[in-house]
Design a protein around this ligand. Sequence first.
Ligand code: PLP
Length: 386
Amino acid sequence: MNISYILNELGEERDNYFNAIAPPIVQTSNFAFNSVADFRAALGDEYDKNIYSRANNPTINILRKKLAALDGAEDAMVFGSGVAAIAVPVIALLQSGDHVVCVENPYSWTIKLFTKLLPRFGVTCTFINGTDTANFENALQANTKLIYLESPNTFSYELQDIAAVAQLAKSKGIITMMDNSYCSPLYQQPIKLGIDLVAQSATKYLGGHSDVVAGVLTGSRTLLKKVFELEHMNIGAGMAPQTAWLLIRGLRTLPLRLQRSFETCQKVTAWLQQHPAVDKVVWPFMPGFKQAELACRQMQGCGGLFSFTLKEPSIKKIEVFCDALQHILMAVSWGGHESLVIPAIATIPVADYSLDNPRHQLIRMYVGLEDAEYLIGDLEQALGEL
Ligand SMILES: Cc1ncc(COP(=O)(O)O)c(C=O)c1O
């Protein structure tokens, strides 16, 4: 389906709302029926009918159609956060006694889901280095019900061969799920590579303005209905209509924003790579990236998230550099208009810092929509403080 059609028209029935270009925010919790027969019929089909906004809402339904089409999926569900779009389906798919194979170092709350929350309900998880597909096969157990991917990783950028893992899982009858927040559907479509369920933090590129927290899940109608009927309705982590509206607005400019971030990131990473105070820059579309061939095979682009290390990676030096930044903000998240850094040292107790752990030295940067020269100027003056 044509991307301009998806972003500008799909799902929008403008003649139902005065031909307004921007759809209405249908700010209602519930919907009325004219007869018991209609009411009963709707209650029997809550997945598709507007009854109560915890389940469905017309503004949300416009968004769902666009998100499903962007991913090449049969359907999409939306949530009040990216973690809800991960946790709710995972809980729906698993029972006590089941086992999960998950890539190592996924998003921090995904780690907690598999190491703290689900073990309370009898679910176990094995974390593996996902850069080698054989590691998935070797970790499988008779009770493995789910393989969970996140490609690329959003701090250290390891990739998995998505099509190969999906094929392996299919041959064993195991469901696959993947976090595609890094690429967004514009730069990677895991459903087309055989993945069953794709989650995304819509807080990032889809929203794009650092003003919403939201999540998306795409997949087959059958799998999504299963997630919807009990866990989605019971946990109640759905999306508010106003958030859906902000996401529809964000989608209008998604290709422009991503392209801008991607192009500026090429300039910023190239500049950093030649700076004498910088040791290495890790970004999947960087010349010399370890898994460059796989990145080019399964990703159409990269966006603006990368990491780098300093030649002198002491806590003191990393702090001096980050504290000296004047325009690039220090904050979690990414995908908005503003450039950000987060040094790994901010995420661990000072006493735990180890020079033997390469992840500890990483400074993650997100390149937003500013000019490359403006960002490079800020990086230059901060590196000059070292
Ligand atoms: C890779 C990744 N997945 C999932 C999430 C969770 O999304 P949210 O913060 O929207 O709940 C995040 C948030 O930073 C993330 O970076």
